[in-house]
Design a protein around this ligand. Structure first.
Ligand code: ZN
Length: 316
């Protein structure tokens, strides 16, 4: 069974600016400071709630000199967070104070939301609702607990056509189609506190997206453990898809596959989680490397641009 979203990973440019925005402005916690395991001269920054729970984790590969990506079809065109219903005014005031342009508030299905962009042009939506959540507030967040972002509400996939992706979502992955609003088709996955809303936005006339800074790289669906992940992998092969081998991401195990509309999906395990190599109180404060990259630590520390969490925490 897929229990909603595990994490979403995107591309960015300047890592310090990324940190200042997601921690200093949006109030997420940096829960892991590591490197891209496939290209270790680039950071991999993980943001989430206090303890880094699946369903709260947004991660970035910041390439300092990257140009902006081109938005279009075959990509995740918006990442939606959920915040408490009564926090709309707080967020409009806060984002405006930082000079962030806000679209909305407007309604979509039963939700009230606002839309804005991060410094690299990634579309973010803030959905105001009182859904259940096991969210744990980070005590050093510049955003007070009563207004804080809880977890992902969902994400939008912008596609040229719907049918093949719909098949994968409903038939293979067991998403539940719940309704249509113009060219937007909504699906739910997971239940209760892990439920996520995934929208297919169909725009056949747009050009294909070109990924770079401000683009979402992939979305990971959440499963409990490796046995479940293995079953999903076999199921994907059984329907003619081409998942990767199971890859060790230190904090979870990963299998990747591309859905027919062009968006990269991952299936990631809840275990072992982000406390495997540092205490919860210390999450995100030091560069952590998996054992196989430890021999390269000195070299990587020279290559990676310095980033500073201290000033970021004072931004709020
Ligand atoms: Zn991932």
């Amino acid at each position: 069974m897929i229990n909603g979203i595990h994490h979403i990973t995107a591309l960015a440019s300047d890592p310090q600016r990324n940190l200042d925005y997601y921690v200093g402005v949006l109030g997420l916690r940096l829960v892991k400071r590591t490197v891209n395991f496939d290209a270790p001269d680039v950071y991999h920054l993980y943001y989430g709630d206090e303890i880094g729970q699946p369903g709260t984790i947004l991660t970035f590969f910041p390439f300092p000199d990257a140009v902006r990506g081109k938005h279009g079809i075959g990509e995740i065109s918006a990442v939606a967070f959920q915040a408490p219903r009564g926090s709309l005014e707080f967020w409009v005031e806060r984002l405006s104070r930082y000079g962030i342009h806000i679209d909305g508030p407007f309604r979509r299905f039963d939700d009230e939301l606002i839309a804005f962009q991060d410094p690299d042009g990634m579309a973010i939506e803030l959905v105001f609702s009182d859904s259940q959540s096991s969210y744990r507030h980070w005590s050093d967040s510049p955003v007070p607990a009563e207004f804080a972002i809880r977890r992902f509400h969902g994400a939008t996939l912008q596609l040229g056509s719907r049918n093949e992706t719909d098949d994968v979502l409903q038939e293979t992955l067991k998403f539940r189609f719940t309704g249509q609003n113009d060219n937007r088709f909504r699906y739910l996955i997971g239940s209760n506190e892990s439920e996520a809303a995934i929208d297919l936005l169909i725009n056949p006339t747009l050009p294909r997206a070109r990924q770079s800074a401000g683009s979402v790289h992939h979305i990971a669906w959440r499963v409990t453990n490796e046995a479940s992940q293995q079953q999903w992998r076999e199921r994907l092969i059984g329907v003619g898809m081409h998942p990767t081998e199971m890859l060790d991401r230190q904090y979870f195990q990963s299998v990747y596959f591309r859905e027919p509309g062009g968006v990269l999906f991952e299936i990631a395990t809840d275990s072992p989680g982000f406390a495997i190599d540092e205490q919860v109180e210390k999450l995100g404060t030091e560069l952590k490397l998996p054992p196989w990259l430890e021999p390269e630590r000195l070299k990587l520390e020279r290559i990676l641009p310095p980033i500073d969490l201290k000033n970021t925490c004072l931004v709020g």
